[in-house]
Design a protein around this ligand. Structure first.
Ligand code: RB5
Length: 151
């Protein structure tokens, strides 16, 4: 893992939650690259998913956080990117398991689904857990193989 650097993005539906989570993450020692959106004005979530994923693909950071109304659109957009394993989670068991078993590098959730308190717990579960490796690495390699068959 590189330095504690995270890229975070959201759409209008999650602007308020993103603004509240940034100081929470900074207090935990994370340097935050905020790719927007920068207001509650209507916008398109794939734009911000793309920016966070490009930061990971370009080696600027290892992990990203994407928030929209449900987290679903963000996860769909993120998972179109090579090398990105995005998981939409609304419980801490899944947020932890997706690091342990799937080596997820992007956590997605929805402001219309989770409140601030649960969002903080999801972040803690995700960010404080490392990939377990072992038998799970082979499965990640198979995911990568699927990806490489695509253009
Ligand atoms: C915006 O209304 C909403 O569709 C978006 O934030 C997200 O939930 C899409 O998956």
């Amino acid at each position: 893992m590189k330095a504690k650097i995270l890229s975070i993005g959201c759409d209008h539906a999650a602007y308020n939650l993103k603004q509240k989570l940034i100081p929470y993450l900074q207090e935990k020692g994370w340097e935050i690259i905020d790719v927007g959106t920068d207001s509650p004005e209507s916008c398109d979530y794939p734009v911000f998913a793309n920016r966070v994923c490009e930061n990971i693909q370009n080696g600027v950071c290892d992990l990203g956080i994407l928030i929209c109304g449900t987290g679903i659109g963000m996860s769909m957009a993120a998972n179109k990117h090579h090398g990105i394993r995005a998981a939409v989670c609304s419980d801490t068991f899944s947020a932890r398991a997706t690091r342990l078993h799937n080596n997820a590098n992007v956590l997605c959730f929805g402001e219309r689904v989770v409140g601030y308190g649960l969002a903080c717990e999801l972040l803690d579960a995700f960010l404080d857990t490392a990939f377990e490796g072992g038998k799970h690495q082979k499965r990640i390699d198979l995911l990568t193989e699927i990806e490489q068959k695509q253009i």
